[in-house]
Ligand binder design. Structure first.
Ligand code: ADP
Length: 526
């Protein structure tokens, strides 16, 4: 049978000639027993750029349907052996091609043919002579339909794969993971949730998350939306199905889905952590109790010691004075009656009595410095403080021929008496522990991180490195009787620096000199 394609020239720029902006191609099956018709159909459909497969009989068409999925089948009705309807019937019996659109090509209109065709699931009839544009337009519709089906199928597969991955991630999570809406209704939960709370997954879906975490609060509303800017992390108490409570840490994060705003709530069993914290808390409070006890003990013994030192330095003052007075009186009145040995012994009493008096005075000064009060803080010009110290040492400086130089120093909030005492003790030591060279003393100060570091450097005898740490102790002396002293001067310096919240240390090289440094944190810098 002739297909009777009209002679009208087909235009590739026609209405639907190149409708598909996709790289994907679909297959179209053209079935006609007439070779010329087949070629004519092929020529009309070629511009659509799809894979065209040709069959010249129903049997051949069926064979092709076994191995291929077609976007549409164009089927000539009148064919020998197996006509178009029989072929369509057979095509429909196969699962793979049950829904493939079939367009019957027929030479004449007959209701009987139409009924039969539509009965067999034909989607359209094309009557000969076939107009190329109409044929193209119709086929294009099926091509597009097939392409969009393919696309949706791919998207559905992709979605299924993504969902599979999402579920795998959810399952692999070490925490219970619950996905809820803003209202807290559970939409998804992983198996860890079942395990932790004793519900089955089916029971959980549709429950409110407050069944698991009674304190779970919905996200705070802001304007018309929700405050979902930051994930929420909290330590709460959770409730199992059989009523057991246990501590959990929850992290709630919002995410947008096609169902609207959802929340992932990760629930971590914090029982062990809470137990460990409780243990640490108990240990800490035990530690604090012991420290408090110890501090009380220490304060008590410190106070006892302070009182004893205070009493000793004051109460021994008078008897010492008495001993010295009587010893001096004896020396004055009875000296001619005493033999040489007795005079020597009397000298010893006088010497040691004097030393005892000096030690007691130093001790009193030490206690005084250690306890000077906060009310004495004021702005001190350190240059002036150094000058006071130097003038207090005037005799010593001129006797020794010492050269004392002082770099410009700052003014700082401090306690004047302590600063004068500090410089005085350090400068007098620098001169006292001099070498054979005339003493040279340099006082300097430099701004350091958060305060000032002052230094008193000398060119004296120096200190052995092993003994550097001892010099600031009370009554600690490194050098013997050839240098007068009580061993309390540097202890006073340390007490003063402690009172000012600073620190003191010394660097020294034996035989070359020492540098005493002290750092004072800046209180109110000027
Ligand atoms: P002292 O009354 O003996 O001078 P200090 O407490 O002032 O007591 O000093 C403790 C000891 O540190 C001194 O006996 C001395 O041995 C050592 N010392 C202090 N200053 C210096 C110094 N500038 N050079 C060398 N040794 C020093």
């Amino acid at each position: 049978m002739s297909i009777g394609v009209t002679s009208k020239v087909f235009s590739a720029a026609g209405a639907r000639a190149a409708p598909l902006e996709t790289q994907d191609r679909v297959k179209l099956l053209l079935v006609d027993d007439d070779r010329d018709n087949l070629l004519a159909l092929q020529a009309v459909l070629e511009p659509l750029n799809q894979d065209l497969m040709l069959a010249s009989s129903g049997i051949e068409a069926l064979r092709l349907c076994l191995d291929n999925d077609f976007a549409a089948i164009l089927l000539d009705v009148r064919m020998p052996d197996m006509d178009g309807f029989e072929t369509a019937e057979m095509i429909r019996t196969r699962k793979r091609s049950r829904r493939t659109p079939i367009l019957f090509l027929t030479g004449y209109r007959s209701d009987e043919q139409l009924f039969r065709g539509y009965d067999l699931g034909a989607v359209d009839f094309l009557f000969k002579p076939i107009v190329p544009e109409i044929l193209q337009s119709k086929v294009v519709v099926f091509v597009e339909l097939c392409l969009s089906e393919q696309l949706s199928r791919r998207q559905a597969e992709e979605l299924a794969r993504t969902e599979q991955k999402f579920r795998a991630v959810l399952e692999a999570a070490p925490d219970a993971m619950v996905i809820t809406g803003v209202d807290g209704i559970i939409q998804l939960a992983n198996s860890r949730t079942d395990f932790l709370f004793g519900y089955s997954r089916e029971q959980l879906i549709g429950l409110n998350i407050t069944c698991l975490i009674p304190e779970w609060t919905p996200p705070g509303a802001v304007g018309n939306g929700f405050d979902v800017t930051a994930p929420v992390e909290t330590r709460l108490r959770a409730l199992t199905r059989n009523g057991q409570r246990f501590p959990v840490e929850i992290t709630r994060s919002p995410f947008e889905s096609h169902e609207g705003l959802l929340f992932t709530t990760a629930i971590r069993d914090a029982t062990e952590q809470a137990q460990a914290e409780e243990r640490i808390r108990r240990i800490n409070s035990e530690l604090e109790r012991r420290v408090a006890e110890r501090t009380t003990d220490l304060t008590r013994s410190n106070e006892a010691l302070r009182q004893f030192t205070w009493a000793a330095s004051h109460d021994l003052q008078e008897p010492t004075r008495m001993v010295l007075t009587y010893a001096q009186w004896v020396a004055k009145t009875a000296a001619p009656k005493l033999d040489a040995q007795e005079i020597e012994m009397l000298k010893c009493v006088l010497e040691n009595g004097g030393r005892l008096q000096m030690l007691l005075a130093a001790l009193r000064q030490y206690i005084y410095i250690s306890e000077s009060g906060d009310e004495d803080w004021k702005l001190i010009d350190f240059n002036a403080a150094v000058q006071t110290a130097i003038s207090n040492l005037e005799g010593m400086i001129s006797d020794s021929g010492a050269a004392v130089v002082c770099d410009p120093l700052p003014s700082l909030e401090s306690i004047e008496i302590l600063i004068v005492q500090l410089f005085q003790n350090l400068v007098s030591n620098a001169i006292k522990y001099r070498s054979a060279d005339p003493p040279r003393v340099r006082i300097s100060g430099e701004l350091r991180d958060g305060g000032w570091q002052f230094s008193v450097a000398d060119n004296g005898i120096g200190i052995e490195p092993d003994y550097l740490q001892y010099v600031f102790g009370v009554f600690k002396r490194l050098h013997g009787r050839q240098y007068s002293g009580t061993g309390i001067g540097l202890a006073i310096c340390k007490a003063a620096v402690d009172r000012l919240g600073g620190k003191i240390w010394v660097e020294s090289t034996l035989g070359q000199g020492s540098i005493f440094h002290f750092f004072l944190p800046e209180k109110n810098p000027v």
